[in-house]
Write a protein that binds this ligand. Structure first.
Ligand SMILES: [Zn+2]
Length: 335
């Protein structure tokens, strides 16, 4: 609200809009106190996908994290909704609660067994990535040799389509993402990846990938990490630059947000990160002493920037959440 007590047009649009953050960057650990989710809820976010595992840790730890997060959320139904269907997300907004689902970054969480997909689905996982930076038995990662999807990986795409889990290409290699998008019968997303034409980084994606994603009806979620936006640059005008680039390339209906944001956590995550430095290779700015992070608190200012730039209200509502909601509506029903 402005000083006069009257909301500006931008503030009003933001408050009324459906706000979707396709990926939180909170380190997955059963010891993390999820009260940090209030960092999203207090800022007017309606839906958040939070990761419960990634390729760097073993699958048992993913299950343990899932169990802890589920218990925490289910004990706080006055503030949070552990989502199963798109109707749950709509209800959460109406009741002023934060809707939450889970994602997993990389197929090591399956331990080689495709049957695990339906287990994760039953526990609330609604989005899965194929690799986390390095190659695994299903797919290629963006910081490894450019390997395509394996036969196991192809069967995973089909099973995710059948179950109703969003197919997510972030962190995967070029050939793997192209193979995934050719295989999937449902829209495919890059939940938290920025255009490489705006900032050169191996984690960012080429025009070819953005175009193929749009062709599936999918969405690219703009990532708020300073080293993927620019030279550790998280200014709102830099976010705007990434949004404008993707919009002009493939249309405004294919852009959303996956801020990859994390508030400070008290749990010591150093050991696991130090044990596998190969997941964050040298020369990719991961060793930047203090990586800045754009998060949901910048959204109201960003809405003003988008309006000033000349985007229509409907287009801005698309960026804020309607675009990702469209993908979830088409995907979360099993076939
Ligand atoms: Zn990630």
């Amino acid at each position: 609200m402005s000083n006069t007590g009257m909301a500006s047009q931008a503030e009003q649009l933001y408050m009324d809009a459906f706000v979707w953050d396709a990926h939180a960057g909170v380190f997955p650990d059963s010891a993390i106190d999820l009260k940090l989710l209030n960092s999203w809820r207090d800022k007017g976010v309606n839906y958040l996908s939070i990761n419960v595992g990634f390729d760097v840790m073993d699958w048992q730890k993913t299950l343990k994290t899932l169990a802890a997060y589920r218990r925490w959320l289910l004990a706080r139904e006055q503030c949070f909704v552990l989502v199963s269907t798109i109707q749950d997300v709509v209800r959460a907004k109406r009741e002023d609660k934060l809707a939450v689902t889970f994602d997993i970054e990389g197929m090591n969480a399956l331990n080689g067994d495709i049957n695990m997909l339906s287990v994760y689905h039953a526990l609330g996982v609604r989005q899965m990535l194929f690799a986390y930076n390095l190659n695994n038995e299903a797919a290629g990662g963006c910081h490894d040799t450019d390997m395509g999807l394996t036969e196991f990986g192809r069967s995973i795409v089909r099973e995710m389509n059948r179950l109703g889990i969003i197919v997510d290409c972030s962190h995967a290699s070029l050939q793997t993402t192209l193979d995934i998008m050719a295989e999937s019968t449902k829209p495919v997303v890059f939940s938290h990846s920025n255009p490489r034409a705006v900032w050169e980084h191996q984690r960012n994606i080429l025009d070819q990938q953005i175009k193929a994603c749009a062709q599936t009806g999918g969405v690219i979620g703009i990532n708020g990490m300073g080293i993927f936006l620019g030279d550790n640059d998280v200014r709102t005008k830099t976010l705007l630059k990434h949004i404008c680039y993707v919009s002009e390339l493939v249309g405004t209906e294919h852009v959303g947000f996956g801020f990859d944001y994390t508030p400070d956590v008290e749990v010591d995550i150093g050991d696991i990160l130090r044990s596998r430095p190969d997941y964050w290779p040298q020369g990719q700015a991961y060793d930047t002493p203090k990586i800045n992070h754009a998060g949901p608190s910048q959204l109201p200012e960003l809405v003003q920037g988008l309006m000033d730039y000349g985007f229509e209200d409907d287009e801005i509502r698309g960026f804020l959440g309607e675009n990702f909601k469209r993908v979830a509506t088409l995907t979360w029903t099993s076939s």
